[in-house]
Design a protein around this ligand. Sequence first.
Ligand code: ADP
Ligand code: MG
Length: 379
Amino acid sequence: MKNASDRSKVGILGGGQLGRMLLQAAANYHVETFVLENDPECPAAHLCNHFTKGDIKDFNTVYNFGKGLDAITIEIENVNIEALEKLEAEGVKVFPKPSVLRIIKNKILQKQYYKEHQVPTADFKITNHFAEITEMESFLPAVHKLGEGGYDGRGVQIIRSKADIEKGFDAPSVLEKMVDIDKEIAIIIAINEKGATAIYPPVAMIFDPNLNMLDYQLCPADLSKQTLWKVEAVALAVIRNFKSPGIFAVEMFVDRTGDVFVNETAPRVHNSGHHTIEAHYSSQFDMLWRLMLGYPLGNTEFILPSVMVNIVGADGYSGDVIYEGLEEVLKIENAFVHLYGKKQTKPGRKMGHVTILSAEKQDLLHKSNKIKNNLVVKA
Ligand SMILES: Nc1ncnc2c1ncn2[C@@H]1O[C@H](COP(=O)(O)OP(=O)(O)O)[C@@H](O)[C@H]1O
Ligand SMILES: [Mg+2]
């Protein structure tokens, strides 16, 4: 029998930076934390109460880790879903539900879910083998996406014309019509066990056209009232049919005619919500604890507008990390630095982020440029 004074036992599958920030927020609550991850030096290893070294993709490892916990969550989709289903059947609360993970983990199932539930998304075809793309020339320009295993742009190939077809994947994938993107938007939504929702203001994700990587994120995104209503309604439409509590990040495209398309959804705390730690009353991490512990939803409003810049490993450097220019960045007013504690850097690896708060958009952009020009992650 559990006493009222007992701390809830909550486990996290994965020990990366998302787990680390989730644990920082856990310190405010009456909770005992557990992390499962193969790398004992991972970002979350030293912030939890109990660390278990093990493979989050292995049935027995996940099942044994989760047995006896009150709740369990993920910080990455690539986990053993069967074990989570068994744990759920035995009374462990799983955030999000394994049924949702099954859909989202696979981009083919995810796209089919949108179609079935009348969620606007770019038209698509499913390809199982490379040869099938060669027959879809009339569908180009399009974007080819691996069904499983891709992240941060790996697993995505732009196929503009016949000449690009060779870049396509020879594995189950989605071939999606190219959208003439005006803005990329992400909305984080929380939904509790009773179905009550809390929605964060939309974030604009600005990509570096040369690197094909996120350049910076601005919150709130600059949207007309009409587009704001549209993206909020679409984000709600995505999560409504999941019938699962949790935090969801819905990535959307707004095209040049103002139409909205869902790109993809993450069923967890997300990179596009890092700024909520300092810029919002209740962060996405705080919000997830509220959900998992059965507390009221938090306040999603922003305190001040913000920009978030990812700190990634510079090209040409692999090995023990050195942060060059950190002092300059720490001198910037209202810039909040997060380093994830990764010992090794490599090109493009997410090593940290900086969130800047200011009422003035120009000030935000000026400071984010200053950060990008000063801070270099070398080895
Ligand atoms: N249908 C599309 N039309 C135009 N650009 C796209 C389309 N799908 C994806 N992209 C571009 O590729 C990026 C990565 O695709 P995404 O599906 O989000 O993959 P990942 O899982 O790696 O984030 C998007 O952020 C967007 O810039
Ligand atoms: Mg994406």
